[in-house]
Design a protein. Sequence first.
Length: 243
Amino acid sequence: MLAMLGLMPITACARQSRAPGELWVGSSPTGVPFSYVDPATNELTGAMIDIARRVLREIGLTGDYRAAPFAALIPSLTTGRIDMIAAAMQRTPDREKIVDFSAPVFSYGGGLVVRREDRGAYPALSAIGDKRVGAQVGTRFVDQLRGAGVGRVKTYDGLGEIVRDLANGRIDAGYGDDPILRYQLRVGPQRRVRMADDFTPPVKEDLCLIVEKGNPLLARLNDAIARLRKDEMPAILRRWGLG
């Protein structure tokens, strides 16, 4: 898919030299509205891309934005293929052992999507029972489903595939980033699926910029986020329907 989009996968760019003042920033092409490839420009865009671009400008740096599958982002960061992650990747204790997270720029939890004719009540993950549930590979949401005792979990590369398979009856529910699922249902193809609006996620987690462990850039990122938090950060989120 990345080749078709004209984007170079970051796994092919290990340790190449950067231009002065430039960071290579990795992001997922399937995380709309946080990050996705604009078909009109073949470039990454979205709320996290805009936030990263503004934060880097605040500290006098520029970004070269590179698309990769979600599950490849942390390995690409820890092996030096990229310098920062700007994607819908939430801060979790397990990830904090491997990489460093900036101050939060947004927080949210999981959302549950079911077929429109399914009128069941789903106040929590435990209500799913033995239904077949789709979740994105490499995400915290897979762990949350298994922790709640959901045994029939099928993993996918992106939430768009989950919504499609749900509409086609291949799975019974989908679980993932609530803002992304709501955005896809609002602006994507009309499908016979709905959000389970009685659902409460087990936890809300922070969305941050991410750098390699011990990178001194982290302090500069946090200072910039603090300066932008009151006005510019909320304005970016509102432009993407997240404010």
